[in-house]
Write a protein that binds this ligand. Structure first.
Ligand code: DAK
Length: 267
């Protein structure tokens, strides 16, 4: 694992900051001059960092954050403005974005300020969102003559239901933090000064658990969006059965009986 550690710290990042702390891989979007607007390089760098974290046995949870003013104000309009249909069709523009949602280790979004367009979609690709009290979520693509393109019409609808998703996409209304929490879009709202510390604490807690159980929970919950209830229940049951083949299940239950903290080994 030493090689992974050296490698990630040696890499040059132009659009993000990357660090490892207490089992957590933290990626901070870093294009302040453009309110962290997502360009192709930034999407590629996020994926490169996530690739490293996923291969790194020391990492049990990942966090994606922005600045206090903006998580991300959307896809980079200046980069997109001159593109035409053949460019984006043949290059499959932004196809790398889909890989962010396919990660196997848990990924938490810490959203402060604007999460608009592609920025909102990026947060929606994470497993859950903590947001600051100044957060503003929106899908304003319609004001630019386009539509959301990296999952917004689907994931916002799954998160909020048809009425609010339809209203937000058609009117470009921004949703504040309290409404986002009441509507189930975010897991918790925090004072903006506390957002990062709270998120890191939760991520560290997740990273201390058995990674096998954590990944199986993520996989099982995501299954609920893909298959019928009976298939989802069958998947959960078989997954539950299989985890009894792990050392961590023995350790977790033995530790409870012996009244001591469990020492998980991800085995
Ligand atoms: N792209 C590029 N630059 C941006 C930007 C963006 N999305 N958002 C802000 N900036 C830049 C501004 O141009 C400005 O740069 P300078 O003029 O100083 O050079 C700088 O960031 C600071 O912004 P403001 O001066 O505007 O700051 P304010 O505080 O006054 O306003 C704002 C903040 C967030 C309300 C405003 O910046 C704003 O409305 N930004 C645009 C928000 C927006 O419309 N976002 C949606 C973008 S469309 C696709 C998949 C997905 C997508 C596209 C394709 N495919 C699969 C093909 C996604 C599309 C989108 O996200």
């Amino acid at each position: 694992m030493q090689w992974e550690k050296t490698f990630i710290e040696d890499l040059q990042w132009d659009t993000i900051l990357v660090e490892k702390r207490k089992g957590v891989g933290v990626i901070t979007l870093n294009r302040p001059q453009a309110l962290n607007a997502l360009n192709s390089q930034l999407i590629a760098e996020i994926n490169q960092a996530l690739d490293q974290f996923e291969r790194d046995a020391e990492i049990g949870c990942m966090v994606l954050a922005g600045s206090e003013k903006a998580f991300a104000a959307g896809a980079d309009i200046k980069e997109m403005a001159e593109l035409n249909f053949p460019n984006i069709y043949f290059d499959d523009f932004f196809h790398l974005a889909d890989r962010i949602a396919q990660r196997r280790k848990p990924l938490i979004a810490a959203v402060s300020g604007y999460a608009l367009g592609g920025g909102c979609e990026l947060a929606l690709m994470c497993d859950f969102i903590y947001c600051a009290d100044n957060a503003k979520f929106g899908l304003p693509e319609v004001t630019l003559g386009v539509i959301p393109g990296i999952g917004g019409t689907q994931r916002l609808t799954l998160a909020l239901g048809k009425a609010k998703a339809m209203e937000m996409c058609l009117t470009a209304r921004q949703m504040g933090a309290l409404e986002a929490e009441q509507s189930g879009l975010v897991a918790r709202v925090l004072p903006k000064e506390e957002l990062l510390a709270y998120t890191l604490e939760a991520a560290e807690k997740i990273a201390q658990r058995s990674l096998t159980a954590t990944m199986m929970i993520k996989e099982s919950i995501n299954r609920a969006f893909e298959v019928s209830l009976s298939e989802g229940l069958r998947f959960e049951r078989r997954t539950f059965h299989s985890i009894f083949a792990t050392v961590d299940q023995k350790e977790g239950m033995k530790a409870f009986v012996e009244k001591r903290p469990a020492q998980f080994k991800n085995q």
